[in-house]
Write a protein that binds this ligand. Sequence first.
Ligand code: GRF
Length: 200
Amino acid sequence: MGGDITLRPIRLAIFASGGGSNAEKIIQYFAIHASIKISLVVSNKSDAGVLKIAEEHLIKSLIINKNSFWGSNEVIDYLRDEKIDYIILAGFLWLVPKQIVEAFPNKILNIHPSLLPKYGGKGMYGHFVHDAVKVNNETVSGMTIHLVNEKFDDGDIIFQAKCSLNEEMSASEIAFRVLELEHKYYPIVIEKYVLKHNVA
Ligand code: GRF
């Protein structure tokens, strides 16, 4: 007979506010993974591109509003019902409330399109980051994957990747180079982190 241990996959929820190119790469990467499953996509925008991607991949989605996210336990309860183990922020623009950070200790990851701590914090997202990098004539930029705490772009850094810049590059070219790094590394860094931290 022996012990009948049923191992369930580690369940991830992706939170995204926009187009969701990172979300798509992550979904593709884990589509046939042995032990990690993208189980839910959460967005604060009902017309976010990421919701269409979720639908195409038959992944459940949830649209949140300020009240369900900030003013109640609705989202936490939903995540618990869905047995979500980790939250992956991929272009999610709202600050994660304290109660969710506490409910998922060291289990929320974010990606940021700069070499934090440079060019992070409130208001530093999308083209604002790359415009600032350009204005300051930086010779290097890159991306950061970090744990999420109650402040914007502030948790422990898990991984960074850099790219060299030259003065001819526009802010959009910098954005493109950085996004390439994000797509290349986010799925594998998530996989490595989750598998390492899920070992009993
Ligand atoms: C990425 O640059 C990510 O670093 C930032 O938001 C952007 C999301 O892009 N947090 P996308 O929606 O994944 O294309």
